[in-house]
Ligand binder design. Structure first.
Ligand code: BES
Ligand code: MN
Ligand code: ZN
Length: 550
């Protein structure tokens, strides 16, 4: 009864009558088409006539067993461990002899100590097999980690770009695990794939574009290269999605991206619930958020099914606000970052990127469900009001105290849906949920909440194996009082202090018994110093899915 009175029902009935242009439907039809430049996000440029993709750099990568001294080409890059006095390995000593002491000279001239992130380049005399040689500092051998490996990969990419090198030989750090080679290569591939989709021309951008045609990886295994390419493709998809402006990356475009993944991989199948389907399921919390927008909501359920038998089932649920204006609680204050709120689908972006990586890695025994309740949080005469009471699909009632606490409303129905799929071993949601999480953990760490110790430990391990920063936070039941409403079951915000904790407590109300965890990625989703969208959590989620593989 209560649900029938909710605004979304009326709205829905208007929009679902084909050809009947009444009410806001006609208003929508009269909108100029450039305003909502809704189109599929593909790996290609959205700007007509602009060929540059954010796709992976097209250079061919190949393992090589050649020694550095025997390799020939434009640019040879060798990594060097940190030390007060650099002691060249046998391989490098041989190389140094072959190039007439140029390597030792380069180290001396730059007072090069091998510090992580440092590098130097020198041209070699004609007659030597490589035309230039670059050294990259790896940091201390005993400290070598995912982080150091990724720094090395980023340096490799930036040297290749600034040197405009076409044929490159890169030696990989010796005597380290394959996983760390993979990390170097992932970071290099990301660094070699700048986002030029929204430039009308590449004129003046040459300094950012790699000229690379061929990259020989000395000492790398084919397996590390292939895995790196697969994971990097997932991260690039995420970065492309999160970096897309909200007039391009609409909920419709996000659903089309999911569709293109489903057509790319036989193991991925897609179901998209339209607004009417969501109404039928009683998703009043999700639809309450969407009801102020002209762009229709899209509830996306992508499923990875392995080739053999399924032994484990997990669900990854991403917050998919393609734009968060705040609604009537408009993001108006200084520092509200309204212009950045295209990244409010960062959770969804990570989930789709993980879908690409997981489908590429093809783990056996585990089914993975990727779930996104995509919509916009807009402000209009039809938008939800502060004070509205919404009814979620598990029948819980929610008093909307603040229309800007919208992510938890969309996730509420998505979590109910995920659990409704039945017999899940774990449900993990991932969201740019609260500014408070950035206050608590700073910009680089994601926050983790879980009702299940084992699941929490598994996610922390996945993050550390993936080289992503994640920190466990308390699901403090003491604060539950803060989100009880005098009039409804719940209200959608608590006090200012501990805002990321009450957000997590709110979500927990929408999962009954399945082991559940929540990741708040408001901080690490974006980093201006790293060029914007980071692709954070693709690797953690992929590792996590792989951990269930049999
Ligand atoms: N998408 C924001 C969270 C956010 C804010 C992420 C800034 C990254 C940077 C979320 O929808 C939001 O607006 N949260 C509010 C919650 C508040 C109203 C309880 C916030 O964090 O201010
Ligand atoms: Mn918000
Ligand atoms: Zn938001």
């Amino acid at each position: 009864m209560l649900r029938r009175a909710a605004g979304f029902c009326l709205l829905g009935s208007l929009t679902t009558v084909p050809g009947l242009l009444v009410g806001w439907t006609s208003r929508m039809a009269s909108k100029p088409s450039f305003r909502s430049a809704s189109r599929a996000f593909t790996m290609c440029s959205p700007v007509p006539g602009q060929e540059s993709p954010i796709g992976m750099c097209s250079a061919s990568l190949a393992p090589s067993t050649e020694s550095p001294s025997a390799w020939s080409g434009d640019l040879l890059v060798v990594p060097i461990w940190e030390a007060d006095t650099i002691d060249l390995s046998d391989d490098l000593s041989q190389l140094d002899i072959a190039i007439g002491g140029a390597l030792a000279g380069l180290i001396a001239d730059h007072e090069f100590k091998g510090k992580a992130g440092s590098s130097a380049v020198v041209s070699l005399p004609t007659g030597t097999s490589a035309r230039r040689i670059a050294i990259i500092g790896l940091g201390k051998e005993t400290d070598f980690s995912q982080t150091a490996a990724r720094k090395c990969g980023a340096s490799l990419a930036s040297i290749i770009i600034t040197q405009k090198a076409k044929v490159v030989g890169a030696a990989l750090p010796g005597a380290v695990e394959d996983k760390l080679h993979q990390a170097v290569l992932e970071a290099a591939l990301i660094g070699l794939s700048p986002d030029m989709r929204y430039k009308s021309s590449l004129e003046g951008e040459e300094s950012k574009m790699p000229k690379l045609e061929k990259l020989d990886l000395l000492g790398a295994s084919q397996q590390a290269i292939t895995a790196a390419q697969t994971v990097a493709a997932g991260m690039l998809l995420t970065r492309g999605l999160v970096g897309s402006p909200p007039n391009f990356l609409t909920p419709t475009a996000m659903a089309e991206t999911a569709a293109s993944l489903a057509s790319e991989f036989d193991t991925l199948s897609l179901k998209v619930l339209e607004q009417a389907d969501c109404e039928a399921l009683g998703m009043g919390a999700y639809l309450g958020v969407s009801q102020g927008a002209c762009e229709p909501p899209k509830f996306i359920h992508l499923q990875y099914t392995p080739a053999g038998p399924v032994e484990k089932r997990i669900a990854l649920v991403g917050k998919g606000l393609t734009f968060d204006s705040g609604g009537y609680n408009l993001k108006a204050g200084a520092g509200s970052m309204i212009e950045k709120m295209k990244f409010d689908m960062g959770g969804a972006g990570a989930v789709l990127g993980a879908a690409r990586a997981i489908a590429g890695l093809a783990p056996s025994g585990v089914q993975v469900n990727f779930i996104i309740a995509a919509c916009e949080n807009m402000l209009s005469a039809e938008a939800m009001r502060p004070g509205d009471i919404l009814i979620a699909s598990n029948q819980k009632t929610i008093e909307v105290i603040n229309t800007d606490a919208e992510g938890r409303l969309t996730l509420a129905d998505a979590l109910v849906y995920a659990e409704g799929l039945g017999e899940m071993d774990a449900i993990v949601d991932i969201a740019t949920l609260t500014g408070a999480c950035i206050i608590a953990l700073g910009p680089d760490y994601g926050g983790l909440w879980s009702s299940d110790e084992e699941l929490s430990a598994r996610l922390l391990k996945s993050a550390s194996d993936a080289g992503e920063l994640l920190w466990a936070m308390p699901l403090a039941k003491e604060y539950m009082e803060q989100i009880k409403s005098p009039i409804a079951d719940l209200k959608n915000v608590g006090d200012r202090g501990g805002g990321s904790i009450t957000a997590a407590l709110f979500l927990k109300e929408f999962v009954k018994e399945t082991p559940w965890a929540h990741m708040d990625i408001a901080g690490p989703v974006w980093d201006d110093k790293k060029g914007g969208a980071t692709g954070y959590a693709v690797r953690t989620l992929s590792e996590f899915a792989l951990s269930y593989s049999s």
